[in-house]
Ligand binder design. Structure first.
Ligand code: CDT
Length: 302
């Protein structure tokens, strides 16, 4: 057996006025709780340091850039890395990343995996950016991820916590390719943070199904790739808009092992034996034996 005891570190809403320092206090409180319960790793949501700012249209780039981190760890976040090292617990954290590459400013919706020594072992930049790029005033609220971020370029994995770990962010979880690309690299645990409004302005007829779809896609992704999936929400009513909770830890069988029951700051815990992936990876989803990639060309050609 290869056990990883994991905490889904759900957050309740973060108001626009809430400081990084106040959010850090919430993150460190959850980290202490998780470690007290014997966890090896705590997973936080997407964009866990601020409110979900793509709901607003901003014209002033400086106002947008206030939501971004220029360094990781930076002056505000260093304390989380220090506490992780002190307690001996890893973490996965989503944040808005501003970086300069070849003299150009780039902005990504990013998550990092940090090991128990406080070292970043994997960085992931969101590939499937949902929403729209232009201001759409008819909407009750905006979803301007396509304006504020550029897409990342792939789904890597890392050997960490005794297994093969991968990450995805929010909308990525709805796409089967996300899990399969990591499945092909032998992933054993996929860590996913999300901010999902209950109301979807272009398709309000889906609103009642938002929690169902959340679990449907992550449970299918887990089973079809023989991997654990940890899905973690920023939940509740944030700046007037309701966001789903439903944070959960899913086994390679597709079953939910543990789940949050509130829409506030809460941890859900599970002791995951990574060896449980093997029976799926060696039988029904033995890719080498059963996959038929010659029949799948259209997936990447179109
Ligand atoms: N953050 C994020 O990716 N949210 C989307 C909202 C729906 S698309 C406008 C999601 O897939 O949950």
């Amino acid at each position: 057996a290869r056990f990883v005891t994991i905490a889904a570190g759900q957050l309740g809403p973060i108001a626009r006025s809430e400081t990084r320092t106040a959010v850090m206090a919430r993150l460190t409180a959850l980290m202490r709780q998780a470690r007290a319960c014997g966890c090896d790793l705590i997973v936080y949501p997407e964009l866990a340091l601020t409110t979900f700012f793509p709901r607003w249209y901003f014209e002033d780039q400086a106002e947008i850039d206030d939501f971004f981190e220029r360094e990781m760890p930076g002056p505000e976040t260093q304390a989380l890395f220090d506490l992780a090292r002190e307690l001996g617990i890893g973490f996965c954290l989503g944040y808005a990343e501003l970086t300069v590459e070849a003299g150009l400013v780039r902005r990504y919706n990013t998550s990092i995996l940090v090991d128990k020594s406080g070292a970043i072992v994997l960085k992931y930049r969101k590939v499937h950016l949902p929403g729209h790029a232009e201001h759409e005033p008819w909407r009750e609220f905006q979803h301007l991820e396509k304006r504020y971020f550029e897409p990342g370029s792939g789904f890597g994995v890392a050997d960490a916590f005794g297994g093969v770990m991968g990450m995805a962010i929010c909308n990525d979880r709805r796409w089967s390719e996300t899990y399969r690309v990591m499945g092909l690299q032998g992933v054993e645990m996929v860590l996913i943070g999300y901010n999902t409004p209950v109301h979807n302005p272009p398709a309000p007829e889906h609103d009642d199904l938002s929690l169902f779809h959340n679990h449907l896609v992550m449970q299918a992704g887990a089973y079809q790739n023989g991997t654990f999936v940890v899905g973690v929400a920023k939940a509740g009513i944030e700046e007037g808009g309701d966001h789903i909770g439903g944070s959960c830890i899913i086994a390679p069988s597709g079953e939910i092992m543990a789940a949050c029951t509130t829409k506030g700051d809460e941890i859900a815990l599970a002791r995951c034996d990574l060896d449980l992936c093997n029976s799926y990876k060696r039988t029904t989803f033995n890719f080498d034996v059963h996959r038929q990639p010659r029949a799948y060309g259209m997936i990447v050609e179109r």
